[in-house]
Design a protein around this ligand. Structure first.
Ligand code: GLN
Length: 533
């Protein structure tokens, strides 16, 4: 079968859940036996979101091959279990960079470089890139931003051209918003009509509309939208708020989103979807009513900043029949005096990743509180570094112990800049990124948690590391270095074996935890938290 292309665009407002719809559609097609991939094209000019503050763009996700990406790629992987790559994440910055590099090389000698055709050709090439390397039945392309943004124009023009070139092998799904006006007691379709008109004005007639709404849409209202927007009534799908994002695929299945797409793409032989494991997960999730309280100690007070961590905790919770309630505790507000009041009510504590000085003190105090009160604690990346600093200060009695990131002049740089990072001058894309091997010390708690495997591969995103000069001292006092990179001897995991669960990882296990394949360390952490209930 030829590769089919599904483009997902959005109108009216941002944050309507295009990423979840893309992931859900991918899930449904996969459940019908197709090989799929999902990619995100973001119209902003940064090469990748690695240099963006989480306040701007939520969490920065990292692919196995080391690309810093939009957090939607996390949804794609968690829903479908596929592994995305650097080619699944494209920005205007990446597009322009490659065109300009080619121009400098002389590839276009004699020509004026223009948005059309040069930029649009590069967008089209990138849209087809994944399928040129490996066969996919379906490539789902989510276009970031909202129709009408100046930055989106070249992407929409590229889609218009591609649809023409691909004929029946491409369709467009447009996601819009139907607001409810309380004063009038009515749902309003005008913004949807206007948004579709705008898309039509750019030469794109969507085949399917997904309407985000807080209230059920009546049949009349669907018919009205269909009538005004040149689509069949069955192609007007509603996406109402649901208790969990993982219910969205079932909601889309019930309304036939995947079937309509298959029909438009001319696919006749359609197998029944196999969603058994997914349904089991949802049912188990529905039964898990006992709350498990987990503190997320971090500095970014926004829902999306630690997305992969909260999702990983949720999945692992379900498999332990617990409903995880992750509560953000601002590390800037934790002091030695209030640590008990802030942290004592929790079954477990996650000390979150991060960069820079802000909120560091509170993370160190949280690490100490968890360690001295034997509360299950999981330190991730910066969180792990803070566990090491706390241990060095309070157990090794090195009161000035610090990370070179926080205090470059510290006499006890228990966390130091990695050798290969010393010469780095550019900030973008230069951290230690993506998957690296990690050897696990047999007999350790993490070794048990991983199911007694001797080697794992995990995703990284950092510049600093545990200073090996302090390794013996840490180990002698009971903080064991139980995960080691076999190539360069970097410490990747520490644990205090005599504690219930006190583990820090230099890598980010949350990036590779999926709904059907939760990460073993999150599973083991939640188990310990549940036992601490
Ligand atoms: N800032 C730390 C480093 O660069 C930790 C990074 C992180 O938590 N992702 O090493």
């Amino acid at each position: 079968m030829d590769t089919k292309y599904l483009f997902i665009t959005g109108g009216v407002a941002s944050s309507l859940g295009k990423g979840i719809i893309s992931a859900s559609l991918g899930k449904l097609l996969q459940a019908r036996g197709y090989k799929i991939t999902i990619q995100k094209f973001d119209p902003y000019i940064n090469i990748d979101p690695g240099t963006l503050n989480p306040y701007e763009h939520g969490e920065c996700y990292v692919t196995a091959d080391g690309q810093e990406t939009d957090l939607d790629l996390g949804h794609y992987e968690r829903f479908t279990g596929i592994r995305t790559t650097r080619d699944n994440s494209v920005t205007t910055g990446k597009i322009y960079l490659s065109v300009i590099e080619r121009e400098r090389r002389g590839d276009y000698l004699g020509k004026t470089i223009q948005v059309v055709p040069h930029i649009t050709d590069e967008i089209k090439r990138r849209i087809r890139l994944n399928a040129s390397k490996e066969h996919f039945d379906f490539v789902i392309t989510e276009i970031g931003g909202t129709i009408g943004d100046i930055e989106s124009q070249p992407f929409l023009e590229a889609i218009r051209q591609l649809r023409w070139e691909l004929g029946r092998n491409a369709i467009n799904i447009h996601l819009t918003y139907v607001p409810y006006l309380a004063a009038a007691g009515e749902l309003k379709t005008k913004p949807t009509q206007t948004s579709v008109k705008q898309l039509q004005g750019l030469g794109i007639q969507p085949e399917v509309l997904v309407l985000r709404t807080e209230h059920d849409l009546s049949d009349d209202l669907r018919a009205k939208v269909a009538h005004f927007c040149n689509v069949g009534v069955e192609a007007v799908i509603q996406s109402q708020d649901l208790p969990s994002i993982y219910e969205v695929p079932m909601n889309m299945l019930r309304q036939g989103l995947d079937l309509i797409c298959l029909k438009h793409l001319g696919i006749k032989q359609i197998t029944e979807p196999d969603l058994g494991d997914w349904i089991d997960f949802l049912e188990r999730s529905g039964r898990a009513s006992r709350i498990l309280d987990i503190a997320l100690v971090g500095k970014y007070d926004l829902q999306d900043a630690y997305k992969s961590i909260t999702e990983s905790l949720t999945h692992a919770g379900v498999y332990h029949d617990r409903k995880v309630k992750a509560t953000f505790v601002s590390s800037e507000e934790i002091t030695a005096d209030n640590a008990k009041e802030k942290l004592s009510g929790f079954n477990g504590i996650v000390i979150c990743p991060g960069f820079g000085k802000r909120g560091i003190k509170g993370k160190i105090i949280a690490a100490e509180y968890a360690r001295t009160n034997d509360i299950p604690a999981f330190g991730i990346c910066l969180g792990m570094q803070m566990m090491v600093i706390e241990f060095a200060r309070n157990v090794l009695k090195l009161p000035l112990a610090n990370s070179a990131e926080i205090d470059p002049a510290t006499p006890d740089n228990v966390i130091d800049i990695m050798e290969e990072q010393k010469s780095v001058t550019n900030m973008g894309g230069t951290m230690r990124l993506g998957e690296y091997d990690c050897e696990i010390v047999p007999g350790s708690n993490v070794w048990e948690a991983y199911g007694r495997v001797s080697s794992v591969r995990e995703r990284h995103r950092h510049r600093y590391e545990v200073n090996n000069n302090y390794r013996d001292a840490l180990e002698a006092e009971g903080m064991k270095c139980v995960g080691i990179n076999p190539k360069n001897d970097l410490v990747e995991i520490v644990e205090i074996p005599r504690h219930k669960w006190y583990i820090g990882t230099q890598f980010h296990p949350e990036y590779s935890s999926t709904v059907l394949c939760p990460h073993p360390l999150f599973m083991d952490f939640i188990k310990a938290c549940a036992e601490n209930d």
